[in-house]
Design a protein around this ligand. Structure first.
Ligand SMILES: Nc1nc2c(c(=O)[nH]1)N=C([C@H](O)[C@H](O)COP(=O)(O)OP(=O)(O)OP(=O)(O)O)CN2
Length: 171
């Protein structure tokens, strides 16, 4: 008989409000719009000396430190093949361009993400990789399985999972 333990944290403090636009089906580009994105984080693994898989509070707070960086921001992808994102240091503006369209935002209102499109899937992976980096920085053991779920609209979740054996790297 096999058993498995896991913990999951999804709280209102892990909801962030942010604007974005994606491209899909080649060169179709959405209009700028916003969502209240909900994040859930799951860890699977063995029990520690506290009989925890992972402390809920530490997981919540570490994740919140990441989602807070996205809250009330425009999410812009810096490795998108069709959307260019340029930071104009002098006037502290960010300009995004797609074909003939151009959006300009104050730099402080944006977060530039090293991802190829601001889909819920790639945002989930970015959050997961940031979380792993934070755990490494804390000297905490890397969980055998980390799963990050991002809900873009009610009932529409994207899921990213990394296991310790999975050496997948961001694209
Ligand atoms: N697997 C994915 N599918 C879609 C994603 C995604 O990130 N991953 N994203 C989108 C769009 O960003 C779209 O804007 C999603 O927003 P949503 O509000 O759900 O779309 P609607 O325009 O249909 O909104 P309603 O308010 O529900 O009419 C699409 N797919």
């Amino acid at each position: 008989m096999a058993e498995r333990f896991g913990v999951e944290v999804t709280k209102d403090v892990l909801v962030f409000s942010a604007a974005h636009f994606i491209t899909f089906n080649g060169n179709i580009c959405e209009r700028l719009h916003g969502h209240n994105w909900r994040v859930a984080v799951e860890v699977d693994g063995p029990l520690d000396e506290n009989h925890y898989v992972f402390d809920f509070i530490a997981l919540r707070d570490r994740t919140r430190a990441i989602t807070d960086r996205l809250d009330h921001r425009v999410l812009l992808p810096t490795t998108h093949p069709l959307i260019s994102v340029l930071v104009e240091e002098e006037d502290q503006q960010v300009t995004a361009r797609f074909e003939e369209r151009r959006w300009s935002f104050p730099r402080e209102d944006c977060i530039l993400l090293p991802i190829a499109n601001t889909t819920a899937e790639l945002i989930a992976r970015w959050i997961g990789l940031e979380l792993l980096e934070a755990l490494r920085g804390d000297g905490k053991p890397i969980p055998p399985v980390l799963r990050v779920k991002v809900e873009e609209n009610f009932g529409q979740w994207a899921i990213w999972e990394q296991t310790q054996d999975d050496a997948s790297s961001p694209t």
